[in-house]
Design a protein around this ligand. Structure first.
Ligand code: SAM
Ligand code: SF4
Ligand code: F3S
Length: 484
């Protein structure tokens, strides 16, 4: 009997890439291959790369460089491929940079991976498989490799927003959506496999359903939001309908949480905000009390140049309404500092936004020009040192806010989904043998110590919050939980 081949996947980038890597692992496992944590043991090495900022591209390319030496193993040398947004964008050009690279694939050709590997292992060199699927159809079934309580579910692909700084529409293609029926069936299947929390994925899930050729004969609907009208949409499905359909399906009874990412404020509809209401007031019961709504800047002038097509007051109005309906909702956002023409006053407006919204968490980035985008034609006129100084100030500013927000949870009892043992076991040294980590519905990390031999991974437990830092909460199990 021949020994099973091993594969090693290195993932960079957003949750979309994380979900894609899991799909790759599942596809290869279906062909009898095994994953390995050790790149030296692998016969197949895959880099799933991100291009959102220049630094991200460097990471993928330097990982590739690090694997070059393995090619000198002669007959035992692995085949090496690169995919994800880097593969999609740079395609055959990558062979010039790294002639030892064997194959390149894109974001729409993941399902061809076993075939590509077979071709390379049969002797073909420099295989490129990175055409976009030009049809407006999107139908798939989620593939999970490891049995876990959490799963990512792609509900749509691509992005049509074309924010002026962003490369993603060029790496993920045009927006297209699955149907509600298909997604609900998919989620129900995952629930039957033991999944208890799903994260619905798309670059902009609020666009779910737009222009889907597979949906016909629906009633015309009007959609509005605080910023403007985004309807009517004759015969189309939309994201709030999808949330409600999953929540109402009896096969999804055991599902405890629905999360989603990401959204755009422009079409973050009132209908979606209403989903956050308590269930007795018409809200979606399983929807997690958490929202990641990227705002990018607190300055209207900068937002306009970013092509975000909304003003900052509309964003505040959305946040206020959301907090009215769900006072404990966890909020996070993305920010870009140092966008071309950003003045000190524009940046101060971003700090003022942080004070006004009081997010639990922010993801802040220094602007990085991406070739081919509209903003790349603007002069990158904010010097690097100013960009970095602004980035540090924004992060420091938020740290103080996060610290207060975290501290306000001390004393409360919060339910968490345990993700596994914590990497840092320091907390256990004094009190007990094992530290576990999990997340609340509002996406806060809670660590707790237990002396119980029980494996809490994938379980929902109640914790009483005993302490807080700006990054996480410490808790203790509520009486009785250890034994369950
Ligand atoms: N579709 C999602 C959205 O709109 O939030 C995700 C976009 S991107 C994958 C994640 C974040 O990267 C963006 O929200 C933005 O803050 C940041 N980003 C995108 N392009 C960038 C650039 N050229 N320079 C710096 N940050 C960038
Ligand atoms: Fe990029 Fe804007 Fe699309 Fe998000 S909405 S992926 S930032 S173009
Ligand atoms: Fe990066 Fe592609 Fe995600 S560019 S952030 S991996 S969509």
């Amino acid at each position: 009997m021949t020994e099973a081949q091993k594969f090693y996947i290195k993932t960079f980038g957003c949750q979309m890439n994380v979900a894609d890597s899991e799909r790759m692992a599942a596809l290869l496992a279906e062909r009898g291959m095994l994953p390995t944590e050790s790149v030296e043991d692998a016969q197949v090495i895959i880099i799933n790369g991100c291009t959102v900022r220049e630094k991200a591209v460097h990471k993928a390319v330097s990982a590739l460089g690090g694997y070059q030496a393995l090619k000198s193993k002669g007959a035992g040398a692995p085949v090496i491929g690169i995919g994800g947004c880097v593969g999609q964008l740079d395609q055959g050009k990558l062979f010039k940079r790294a002639p030892y690279l064997d194959f390149v694939f894109g974001t729409d050709t993941i399902d061809n991976l076993p075939e590509i590997i077979h071709r390379v292992q049969s002797g073909e060199r420099h295989v490129v498989y990175a055409d976009f699927d030009k049809s407006m159809d999107y139908s798939t079934e989620t593939k999970v490799y490891a049995r876990r309580a959490q799963a990512f579910v792609n509900i749509m692909k691509g992005c049509d927003k074309y924010c002026t700084y962003c490369i993603v529409p060029f790496t993920r293609g045009r927006e297209k959506s699955r149907t509600i029926d298909e997604v609900v069936n998919d989620v129900a299947r995952l629930v039957a496999m033991g999944v208890r929390e799903v994260t619905l994925l798309g670059q902009n899930v609020n666009s779910f359903g737009k222009g889907n050729p597979n949906v016909k004969g629906r009633e015309p609907r009007e959609l509005h939001n605080r910023i403007g009208k985004v309807g009517p949409k004759e015969g189309e499905e939309n994201f709030p309908q999808l949330l409600r359909a999953i929540d109402a399906d009896p096969r999804c009874e055991a599902l405890q949480r629905i999360r989603f990412t990401s959204s755009h404020p422009l079409d973050f509809s009132d209908e979606l905000i209403e989903c956050y209401a308590p269930p007795e007031r018409g809200g979606v019961a399983r929807l997690a009390a958490y929202l990641h709504l990227p705002v990018q800047s607190g300055s209207d002038a900068v937002l306009q140049k970013m092509g975000r097509h909304h003003a900052i007051e509309g964003y505040f109005a959305q946040m206020e309404r959301l907090r009215e309906l769900s006072p404990d909702v966890g909020l996070s956002t993305d920010l870009i500092v140092g966008f071309p023409t950003e003045t000190d006053a524009d940046f101060e407006a971003t700090l003022a936004l942080l004070d006004r919204v009081r997010f639990d968490n922010i993801f802040a980035f220094a602007y990085s020009p991406r070739p081919g985008t509209r903003a790349a034609k603007l002069r990158d006129d904010v010097p690097e040192d100013v960009k970095n100084a602004r980035l540090n100030r924004a992060l420091k500013h938020q740290l103080a806010i996060a610290q207060e927000r975290y501290a306000s949870r001390v004393g409360k009892v919060m339910e968490i989904l345990v993700e596994g043992e914590a990497k840092n076991q320091n907390m256990a040294a004094e009190v007990g043998p094992r530290v576990w980590t999990g997340r609340t519905s509002c996406n806060r990390v809670v660590n707790f110590v237990s002396a119980s031999p029980r494996d809490f991974t994938g379980k929902f437990v109640e914790t009483r919050i005993t302490g807080a830092t700006s990054l996480s909460l410490q808790g203790e199990l509520v009486l009785g939980e250890e034994a369950q």
